[in-house]
Ligand binder design. Structure first.
Ligand SMILES: NC(=O)c1ccc[n+]([C@@H]2O[C@H](COP(=O)([O-])OP(=O)(O)OC[C@H]3O[C@@H](n4cnc5c(N)ncnc54)[C@H](O)[C@@H]3O)[C@@H](O)[C@H]2O)c1
Length: 266
């Protein structure tokens, strides 16, 4: 039996990881490849992308890499061109890149705000701008945008620029889903809750008393299941949405949070 993503050409942005272990983008890239996808692993850090490529190639998968900052138009244009050069098509666009900073409107510097908007929000505008025309010609494509439960819920401390930009992704995705539904292109969001990935450790530890183990214990306790999710939980949800098994699903906000968003007290 064919694998779920057999032969599909897949762009994953932020396909490396900022620290040791499995980030969401790295896990998604590896899972797509395990399911037969041909992955273009894009990352601002070529070293991070190469680590992902090593894993995929060591498992016999197909992975090309490209260093690009997804907040820059010319570099995103190069991503679409590289995918066409390597694979001749783009079946899946997986927008994983996202950065975090804590604080409300007074504490957040204008520079930090602008950076969050550029990296979390403008990056999506640019990847869609350059990849949708390719998908439109194919009359087929699937887009997975990684938002966050923080787009919908207060997570315990001011997280303004992050939550605002992650919320914008939800509206953006629905708009694209409606415009492109007649062209066979689907666009969905994944909203991870509290996940134990390298990304959260440094930016958030001060909000949890400064100690990573203490932060991990507190976050585990906050989750109804008693533990945080991990990068593979996000990757499996993304795989489903990107696959043809989700052919009739578009504009969805898929929450992956172990029930966290159902809680109204405690
Ligand atoms: N970990 C969580 O608890 C959690 C919860 C909700 C949502 N998310 C979302 O998951 C995604 C992060 O996943 P991750 O764990 O793979 O993150 P990560 O921080 O490990 O980043 C993955 C890669 O993105 C790259 N990157 C950063 N800025 C870039 C840019 N401008 N251009 C290109 N590459 C860039 C980094 O170099 C890194 O290798 C984000 O969108 C985040 O908002 C995470």
């Amino acid at each position: 039996m064919d694998k779920l993503m057999q032969g599909k050409a897949i762009i994953v942005t932020g396909a490396g990881s900022v620290g040791e272990g499995w980030g969401n983008g790295k896990a998604a890239a590896v899972l797509y490849a395990r399911e037969g996808g041909r992955v273009l692993a894009v990352d601002r850090s070529i070293e991070a992308a190469l680590q992902t490529q090593d894993i995929i190639r060591s498992e016999g998968g197909v992975c090309e890499v490209l260093a690009a900052d997804v907040s820059r138009n010319t570099e995103v244009k190069a991503i679409a061109e590289a995918a066409m050069d390597h694979f001749g098509r783009v079946d899946v666009l997986h927008n994983n890149v996202g950065i975090a900073d804590v604080g409300g409107p007074v504490e957040t510097s204008e520079e930090s705000w602008n950076r969050l908007v550029a990296v979390n929000q403008t990056s999506l505008f640019l990847t869609h701008k350059h990849v949708l025309p390719i998908m439109e010609k194919q009359r087929k494509g699937a887009i997975v945008n990684i938002s966050s439960l923080a787009a919908l819920r207060w997570i315990g401390f001011p997280y303004l620029g992050y939550t605002a930009t992650k919320a914008a992704i939800l509206a953006f995705t629905k708009n694209v889903a409606m415009q492109y539904a007649p062209m066979g292109i689907r666009a969905n969001c994944v909203l991870p809750g509290m996940m134990d990935t390298p990304m959260i450790r440094e930016p958030l530890k001060a909000s949890y008393g400064g100690d990573i183990e203490q932060m991990r214990a507190k976050r585990n306790a906050q989750c109804p299941m008693g533990f945080m999710g991990d990068a593979w939980d996000v990757a499996h949800a993304s795989l489903f949405l990107a696959s043809d098994h989700a052919r009739y699903i578009t504009g969805l906000d898929m929450i992956v949070d172990g029930g966290l968003s159902l809680r109204c007290a405690g």
